[in-house]
Design a protein around this ligand. Structure first.
Ligand SMILES: Nc1ncnc2c1ncn2[C@@H]1O[C@H](COP(=O)(O)OP(=O)(O)OP(=O)(O)O)[C@@H](O)[C@H]1O
Ligand SMILES: [Mg+2]
Length: 695
């Protein structure tokens, strides 16, 4: 409310000022001015008419004096009209006594007119008698032959005529002299002579007086008074007009100022509107950014929860898989041993081969679980992704029905990645198998590989990736596609839409695990009924020396070399000894780390190779290896573990151990591992010659 008070009072003040200036800028009252001029004119006309009538009366041309009375009446009425304007806004007319002067002048004039009227009437009467008597006397004198008298009367009439025209004093004297010397007339004309003398003398006396009155009437100050009043009226109205002109100019000035202010306000309004629009746009942008950030946050929270879930499932599955590996070890090992001693086509051998096949499948599933839980063995080297992908596609092609075509677009210059080639192959094969499964009636799988760059840390599609150079591997199919609900769960371990027993639901979970382990990301896009595309991004590495893929390991059976085999499970020690023996090595099994160390210390030079389990109750395989290396630095050591991963591989490498054996042991792997480890004995260090001849 207070905020409006100030502008409101300014508006009210401005309105008051404008009203006042407008009021002053009105011109003088034109109607009043007209009325005043009309009254003055009427007065003037009546005054002039009175003068004219007086002159006519003097000339004897006015038969009656009614017009004189009328003239006086008209003058009084005009004066009343002037008086009335006094109340109608023309006070200035009466002020200063101007109107009173006029009134007085008029009163004096009317009094003079009254005197003139009676004098003139007398004069006219005398003149009539004088003329009549003169004519009668002259006629009688002529008839009586009184020629002297007739001549005198003729001279008298003539003098009187001149006197009437211009009443000069000497003419008056002349008339009076003639009258005085008129001879006495006979009794018959005496009456006329007396009339002539009496009226002649009267005329001579009265005519100058009547003419004096006439002059006074004509010269009365009424006309001057009217002129003065008119000047007064004109002056007043001229001044009022000039004043109104000044205020009109002021009004114009105020209007110009207000217009200027209005233009200024309009410009400010425009500027404010522009600023407002800009601020609004900024706000909109900020809101959009905020919404985007919130969405990204929600998504990353969701991913975090998902990856925590995967982590938990992985830990659980990994633990169980490890235990299973321990159960599988004797099954596989002893089956292989027993098989070796059975004749080729015997029935027990055929049955045992089935046991071995089942156990191997079980080992493969456990391997899958361990890969998923990131505990599988991972040997990272720079690999050329194009070669890995090409080989994987060949494998796929061989395993897929002819109704499925593979369109391959792998750019040769794509580049290298630091990766485990086997795992990358597994990625492509798992994705390919899923694609094929989605196209039971056939279709096309398109595999593409191309370089890619991730520009921003918060890349819209793959937000977890750091900016940098990547390789994009994508695999599309023309299959059944997936709905949103399925897409949301595909990377969950054990999620499958296949019939029970047909799919484990681990394929994509493993793919996801492998890709994440390699610092990459995977995304799926799909439209139900139209197909799916899986896109994998892997960080590029510097080009490596090249890796022989599918390299066949050298077959090198033992030549009687002594191998210290260590495990804390006596059953596995026994199995190890037996397997080594079957492979041509001399296996000396010891249960437990401490006991193994004691045996080695007793005769360090006795052994050519040490194979030790990593996880043991009294000491770890790495600790044992370190202790043995202190006794004999050149001894080759291989580590066996069901839980080998990148960290373990790295730790082993720090201890100078290059070979890691996957538990449960398989004869072929044990054979190759032992052969490789023996071949890696540092050069220049003499190896103990075999005690017995090799096989
Ligand atoms: N290319 C695809 N087209 C349509 N659906 C797919 C595709 N790839 C995966 N899926 C869906 O994702 C689910 C999970 O796939 P995943 O590979 O993890 O398990 P699986 O294929 O069912 O089992 P397994 O891989 O052990 O044989 C599938 O059951 C299927 O519903
Ligand atoms: Mg699958």
């Amino acid at each position: 409310m207070g905020a409006y008070l100030k502008p409101l009072s300014v508006v009210v003040a401005l309105l008051a000022l404008l009203t006042a200036v407008w009021w002053q800028s009105r011109g003088p009252d034109a109607a009043l001015e007209t009325r005043l001029h009309e009254a003055l004119f009427a007065f003037e006309v009546s005054d002039t008419a009175l003068n004219r009538d007086v002159l006519l009366a003097r000339a004897g041309l006015l038969r009656r004096y009614d017009s004189l009375a009328q003239g006086r009446h008209d003058l009084r009425r005009a004066l009343r009209a002037l008086r009335a304007t006094d109340a109608g806004g023309a006070e200035f007319v009466a002020s200063d006594g101007a109107l009173e002067h006029l009134e007085t002048a008029l009163a004096e004039k009317t009094a003079l007119v009254d005197y003139f009227k009676s004098d003139n009437a007398l004069l006219r009467n005398s003149l009539m008698y004088f003329n009549t008597a003169g004519q009668a006397l002259r006629g009688a004198a002529l008839a009586a032959s009184e020629t002297g008298l007739a001549a005198e009367v003729g001279v008298l009439s003539h003098a009187m005529l001149r006197y009437m025209e211009a009443p000069q004093a000497h003419v008056g004297q002349e008339i009076k002299a003639i009258l005085d010397r008129l001879p006495p007339a006979p009794a018959s004309f005496r009456a006329d002579l007396n009339l002539l003398v009496i009226h002649g003398r009267l005329i001579v006396d009265f005519l100058p007086r009547a003419d004096g009155l006439l002059r006074q009437i004509v010269d009365a100050p009424t006309a001057a008074g009217v002129r003065a009043l008119r000047d007064r009226v004109n002056g007043h109205f001229d001044r009022a007009e000039a004043r109104a002109g000044i205020f009109r100019l002021l009004l114009y000035g105020i209007a110009v100022l207000l217009l200027g202010y209005l233009i200024h306000l309009f410009a400010r309004l425009q500027l404010n509107a522009r600023n407002l629009r800009r601020a609004n746009a900024d706000l909109q942008r900020e809101m959009l950014e905020r919404r985007q950030v919130e969405a990204a946050l929600r998504e990353s929270e969701q991913r975090l929860r998902h990856s925590q879930k995967m982590e938990a499932v992985g830990t659980l599955a990994g633990g169980i898989a490890h235990e299973f590996n321990n159960f599988l070890a004797p099954i596989l090992g002893y089956t292989e041993l027993v098989l070796a001693g059975l004749p080729r086509d015997s029935r027990p051998r055929q049955q045992l081969e089935k046991v071995l096949a089942a156990a191997k499948r079980a080992r493969a599933v456990v391997g899958k679980i361990l890969t998923f839980s990131r505990r599988g063995e991972s040997a990272r080297k720079p690999v050329e992704l194009q070669r890995v992908a090409s080989e994987a596609v060949q494998l796929l092609r061989a395993s897929l029905p002819a109704t499925i075509a593979i369109d391959e677009s792998l750019r040769v210059e794509s580049g290298w990645v630091e990766a485990d080639a086997d795992q990358l192959q597994q990625v492509i094969i798992n994705l390919g198998a899923n694609a094929a499964h989605a196209m039971p009636d056939g279709g096309t799988i398109t595999v593409r590989l191309e370089p890619a760059t991730v520009e921003l840390p918060a890349d819209a599609d793959l937000p977890r990736l750091k900016p940098g150079r990547y390789l994009r591997l994508s695999l599309s199919d023309t299959g059944c596609g997936m709905d949103q609900a399925t897409q949301a769960r595909i990377f969950e371990p054990f999620f499958t839409t296949k019939e029970t027993g047909k799919g484990t639901g681990l394929g994509l979970a493993i793919v996801h695990g492998i890709v994440s382990d390699h610092g990459g990301a995977i995304e799926a896009a799909s439209t139900p009924g139209q197909g799916s595309t899986f896109t994998v991004l892997l960080p590029r590495a510097e080009a490596g020396a090249g890796v022989e893929l599918g390299e066949e390991p050298a077959v090198a059976l033992g030549r009687g070399e002594t191998v210290l085999f260590v495990d804390d499970e006596p059953a596995l020690v026994e199995l190890g000894e037996a397997m080594l023996a079957a492979l041509g090595f001399k296996g000396i099994g010891v249960a437990g780390g401490q006991r193994a160390l004691a045996a080695f210390r007793a005769a360090p030079r006795r052994f050519d190779l040490v194979i030790t389990d990593q996880v043991m109750a009294d000491m770890s395989g790495l600790e044992l290896a370190a202790a043995i290396r202190r006794l004999r630095p050149d001894i080759p050591i291989a580590l066996a573990s069901g839980r080998s991963d990148a960290r373990l591989t790295e730790q082993a490498r720090q201890h100078g151990i290059q070979e890691i054996l996957k538990k449960p042991l398989l004869s072929r792997e044990l054979n190759e591992c032992a052969a490789r480890a023996l071949a890696r004995t540092p050069a220049g260090v003499s190896r103990k010659p075999p005690e017995s001849g090799g096989r």
